[in-house]
Design a binder for this molecule. Structure first.
Ligand SMILES: Nc1ncnc2c1ncn2[C@@H]1O[C@H](COP(=O)(O)OP(=O)(O)OP(=O)(O)O)[C@@H](O)[C@H]1O
Ligand SMILES: O=P(O)(O)OC[C@@]1(O)O[C@H](CO)[C@@H](O)[C@@H]1O
Length: 313
């Protein structure tokens, strides 16, 4: 089983516009709501792939109820911790100008709520049937940057492997707890090493730094430029071009799910991550791909790294 934890989940509302008028009243041509938060998305994609998963998350208020209802209807297994604050609503506006996303801060968790979330994982999800724990997304107010580090330490002693997809101080603090894989995107990796990453070679060097600081493998997602996996056994670069991008929200989460579903290491797992990411960007909102959406033939993976390749700005 693959367990995900999302300390700051969301309802993701997407509005489609014919044109975006900044400062004006815009009328949507359509809208949709998806269950959201990075770990929630990973569990949605794993469920679609037929992999057993449980999503651990705090829930509060009416939006929390709606989120739990959506997850129930999609057949996602959840373990929830009730919190006093209201689960956040994140908004995407999709228009010919591009995609604009607004992420709310979310509720502030009390010390007791923070401890309850850790306790649920420790009590119910450290057994031998848990192969991976994926720790995903931003930390809500009230959780110290070291919160993921504490969780990683706690779960590692139970034997499960850890995948971590977060950014900023929470990512840096968790590296010392030696997560088995981290999945930064290009901006998150650049922030972690404190410099701009212009080429695949720059990403390779930055991934090496994260590994020196404690990460087992680094799965760097590079948007339309593909993905680089750097591990003890070697490094691989891959691409999966698509004809049309509809929404890239959650593409990184679909990729991480694909990576873990395919074993969580090596070139086959990278290829699965690329197939899932490419499929996700061709779907609306943060819809997660099903096996029928995947096109493995479009994926190329090589150990011959194109280190001089300049990344798209
Ligand atoms: N424009 C694109 N064309 C083709 N594939 C894409 C595109 N954008 C994203 N992908 C695929 O999805 C993967 C993840 O995308 P990205 O690097 O944007 O992740 P992310 O920033 O973590 O996303 P999110 O936080 O929304 O889940 C990429 O590595 C790639 O495989
Ligand atoms: O604010 P965070 O936790 O960094 O990101 C939250 C979020 O943008 O991530 C998912 C896409 O990856 C969305 O479902 C959700 O709205």
């Amino acid at each position: 089983m693959i367990v995900t934890i999302t300390p700051n989940p969301s309802l993701d509302r997407t509005y489609q516009l014919d044109a975006l008028e900044l400062g004006g009243v815009n009328r949507a041509t359509s809208d949709r709501v998806d269950p959201g938060g990075k770990g929630v998305n990973v569990s949605r994609a794993l469920t679609a792939a037929g992999v057993r998963t449980t999503a651990v998350l705090p829930l509060g208020g009416f939006s929390g109820l709606l989120l739990s209802d959506l997850l129930l209807r999609q057949g996602i297994e959840v373990a929830t911790v009730p919190v006093r604050g209201e689960t956040r609503i994140n908004v995407s506006v999709v228009s010919p100008e591009g995609l604009t996303k607004v992420n709310a801060a979310g509720p502030e968790l009390s010390e007791a709520e923070s401890a309850a979330l850790l306790a649920v994982v420790r009590r119910d999800f450290t057994g031998p049937d848990v192969q991976w724990l994926a720790c995903c997304g931003s930390l809500p107010r009230g959780l110290a940057p070291e919160w993921y580090a504490e969780l990683v330490g706690q779960v590692h002693s139970g034997g499960a492997r850890i995948a971590l997809d977060t950014s900023g101080p929470a990512l840096l603090a968790a590296l010392a707890a030696r997560p088995d894989v981290v999945k930064p995107n290009r901006d998150e990796l650049a922030e972690a090493v404190g410099r701009r990453l212009a080429t695949v070679g720059d990403v390779f060097d930055a991934a090496g730094e994260l590994r020196k600081r404690g990460a087992g493998q680094v799965l760097a997602s590079l948007g339309g430029d593909g993905m680089l996996l750097v591990a003890e056994e070697g490094a691989w670069f891959g691409t999966a071009p698509v004809a049309e991008v509809r929404s890239d929200v959650g593409a990184g989460d679909a990729s991480l799910a694909g990576f873990l579903a395919a074993g969580g290491s090596g070139p086959e797992a990278l290829a699965s991550a690329l197939a899932h990411g490419a499929a996700a960007v061709q779907l609306p909102g943060s819809a997660m791909p099903t096996p029928a959406d995947l096109d493995p033939a479009a994926v190329t993976v090589t150990a011959d790294l194109p280190l001089d390749r300049v990344l798209t700005d």
